[in-house]
Design a protein around this ligand. Structure first.
Ligand SMILES: Nc1nc2c(ncn2[C@@H]2O[C@H](COP(=O)(O)OP(=O)(O)O)[C@@H](O)[C@H]2O)c(=O)[nH]1
Ligand SMILES: [Mg+2]
Length: 223
């Protein structure tokens, strides 16, 4: 087989040129009813809190710029009753579709927190990743403004995230846009890192190998 130097050069430009700065990712928002999944989604998309959101299952597309990189997000705002949350086939489809997960509970609702703990395990098992690969998950304790009704402490949320290798945020979709933004950006960062981890073994080394094939250099294994 004869390698074509022109093709190899094009390939390199494609990997290092403007398209390398673009990324697409699917994000699903999960959690029991009434924890504020739609409120968080709408806050992130529009910066607004409108109070009532109905019960519509929707996928939104949203472009963001993170560190100079254009990212197209598809965000699936799920809606499911409590007992369906882990096992239904719809849930399986959401899990397989998603690159990253926002798992939401309300700080005023302990059972929603327990469900998030179960979901983390379920998602990790369903994704079946190996070795150092991580599932990008952020755990979000919402309704932080309702301190007087709090039943889940911040420490419990933080501990759950720490022990499951997830990221943790406590926010109020009702009162604060910035916290919601930071949580979504945290997830985007996790997705980027997880993609780099997948690509790494085939990264620089394989570029050098293909260049060597083109220019006839034999030894690449010292790299
Ligand atoms: N006080 C307060 N209420 C919130 C917050 N987020 C959502 N809600 C309210 O909680 C209810 C359920 O929100 P929704 O987004 O529909 O929950 P979903 O079923 O998880 O999508 C609505 O009445 C919201 O106005 C919040 O941060 N603080
Ligand atoms: Mg909803």
């Amino acid at each position: 087989m004869v390698a074509n130097p022109a093709n190899a050069a094009e390939h390199l430009v494609a990997m290092t040129g403007p398209s390398a700065l673009k990324m697409e990712a699917n994000i699903v928002i999960l959690g029991t009813d009434n924890v504020g999944k739609s409120a968080l989604t709408v806050r992130f998309l529009t910066r607004r809190f409108i109070g009532e959101y109905g019960d519509i299952e929707s996928i939104y597309t949203h472009n963001v710029l993170v560190d100079g990189r254009e990212i197209t997000l598809s965000i699936w705002d799920s809606s499911c009753s409590e007992d369906q949350c882990c096992e239904s086939s719809l849930q399986e489809r959401r899990v397989q579709w998603a690159d990253g997960f926002v798992l939401v509970y309300s700080i005023c609702d302990r059972s929603s927190f327990n469900t998030v703990a179960k979901m983390v395990q379920h998602i990790k098992a369903a994704k079946g990743l190996q070795g150092a690969e991580k599932v990008p998950i952020v755990i979000v304790g919402n309704k932080r403004d309702l301190q007087h009704r709090r039943t889940v402490t911040s420490e419990e949320g933080r501990l759950l995230a720490l022990t499951t290798d997830c990221q943790f945020y406590e926010v109020s979709a009702a009162e604060n846009y910035h916290g919601v933004l930071v949580a979504f950006h945290g997830l985007v960062d996790r997705i980027r890192v997880s993609r780099l981890a997948v690509r790494k073994p085939a990264g620089i080394k394989s570029i050098v190998k293909s260049m060597s094939a083109v220019f006839g250099r034999k030894r690449t294994d010292s790299l």
